[in-house]
Ligand binder design. Sequence first.
Ligand SMILES: CSCC[C@H](NC=O)C(=O)N[C@@H](CO)C(=O)O
Length: 711
Amino acid sequence: MESQVMTNPEDISKLYRELSLFPSLTRADVGPVITSQYGGKYSNIYTEWSQRDLERNENVKFCRQYIVFHDDKSVVYSGPSGNCTEIKGELLSKDSPSGDMKAVVRESIIKGEDKQFLEIWSKNIKVKSINLTALKKHGKVYEDDQFGCLVWSHSETHLLYVAERKRLKAESFFQVWSSKHTHTPNGEQFVFYEDWGETLVSKSSPVLCVLDIEGSNVSVLEGVPDNISPGQAFWAPSDTGVVFVGWWHEPFRLGLKYSPNRRSSLFYVDLTGGQCEQLSSGSSAVCSPKLSPDQCRIIYLECAVYGPHQQCSRLCMYDWYTKRTSVVVDVVKRPREDGFAGIYSSSLSPLCWSADSQRILVSCPQGSRKDLLLVETTTGSVTSLTSKSPGGSWSLLTIERNLMVVSWSSPNCPPSLRVGFLPLGGSREEVDWVVLEDSQTQPDIDWQILNFTPPPEQDNSQYRKNIHSDSWTFSLYLLCLSLSGGPHSVIVADWLLSSSVLCRMGFAILLVNYRGSIGYGQDSISSLPGNVGTQDVKDVQFAVESVLRGGAFDEQKVAVAGGSHGGFVACHLIGQYPEFYKACVARNPVINLASMIGSTDIPDWCMVEAGYNYSTDCLPDPAVWEQMLNKSPIKHVKQVKKALLSLYHCFSDDKRVPPKQGIEYYRALKALQVPVRLLWYPGNNHSLSKVDAESDGFMNIALWMTQHLSL
Ligand SMILES: CSCC[C@H](NC=O)C(=O)N[C@@H](CO)C(=O)O
């Protein structure tokens, strides 16, 4: 077979540049309803997008507004109102509930120093600009999705946000102070502060902060227990206090990213007395509480503490007035006959309630697609609003007065912006989606979802039925295998830059969700811990061999790529099937569970995936370490030399999979004289997602594949 794959670096970079232009949607807000002088009703829709800018080497954020005329049930007319505007320096922003004001937390460099301001805008005037840094009431404002928030009180007189607790300037043992100076005791200069791990490295002790807008006064809320770190806060009904999620941080903090399984609870702190009340059990992990429009109920997600890092969640509801909690949707072990496979999400969209405060919208993976699910809170019934729509992935950006704003994309179509009204309760009507911002289907990319059932000898007796690995493939010429990470995460059928460029280059790609991936029921997730390095590896090999049996691909030109746990599986594959793969790419791969447990921000992951329970007081045990080593790719590294295999690694300033993991494998391969190339992307975290790291990584991957598959 003659290769039809693009191999020239200039052509590849041109293609990458072309496809990297498509922006992704990050946020949407629906403004108040306005009645025009002719009686028509309309709302403005504010959207934020993110786009790679290869010249400036950054992800730029921009906004665009749209106008939607409607009759509260359907969209009558819609269109953009004005062009895009780049957003600079805004860490957080939020319109007031009436839409009359806007609050912005802005970062600005003044005389070489970072300063943070809280601005209040009204009409076309910036009415307040409060220098938070100069006030010194707290440290930096939290802008992350984990803890961060910026919330207007219902009365629109106060703002709530989360910031790092104030730390007094620490000095050396040898600093001499005047008696008036306030400072920490000398010698505190190098004291270690724990953080919350990957992507949250400067976050240690969050505090809840309130700005009284009229008096420009910032206060740090008292009453939060000392052993709790608060975040995801909002105003309680009638502004009597604040509701928040509190994470226990004793005896030490563990990484939170992709790990919603940390002990946490809902709390309420009263503003007048400073009394703090625990609203949920305290023996589970909770996140993403959202107050209903009638301010009577709080919906939130709950899962077990420890165990698999991402699991099927329970959707729970707390009634503010009866103080009773109910489980609206429970954990789903196996996908139901109607296709519902459970809720897999660690965050509900900022607004997710229907106008009647009876229904909730959740977008989450259901197998290999991301669907929009409608949950009736009184009955717990779940229906998919999108399962009958064309394949692809649906993400809810917001819903306000039943007007849903969503992003839709598929493997051959970049994200588009759509709006539609939620049908009234009890109605079986389909949603009539209106496209506000379209995107072009890309030529030469074809895709499909394939389902595989593992052969009987690879079945897992404890979780026997209905477990299968799904995958989707671009039907082209040469096979490049790409693996999901986690292991409890999933690849859904949405737009992915690297896959689309590889496809347009002429590769076929098989993206495999092995058993253990989320979106297929809790049993599938539970089947993997204790079996990593075998079940996941065999699932992938079974999927690829099944595809090769179709005869469309050259068996001598198969490469494998994966990141994190996907890198773990990729390195296992080249050790366990040394003749099969001709090239391998591993991004921040887990290489040795036993050597990683002491240095990752989520040591519990190593224990759980090796098949053990975790507790914070478990200490090293040689038998456990032996098992961890036995399940790791490093165990099979000697076989790698038998294959004409080339390897490529990337690594970085990563708290999750420390770079030393990659080095361990690199040294072993060097010793075995296996061709290996190691790339180092300083300043990046686990995802290697900075624009230069991502684009340089992609080019290296593409060229490595073409070179080592002899194309
Ligand atoms: C101790 S590292 C565990 C692997 C990691 N799991 C959770 O963070 C992983 O595979 N991450 C995936 C996303 O889930 C990735 O692509 O980085």
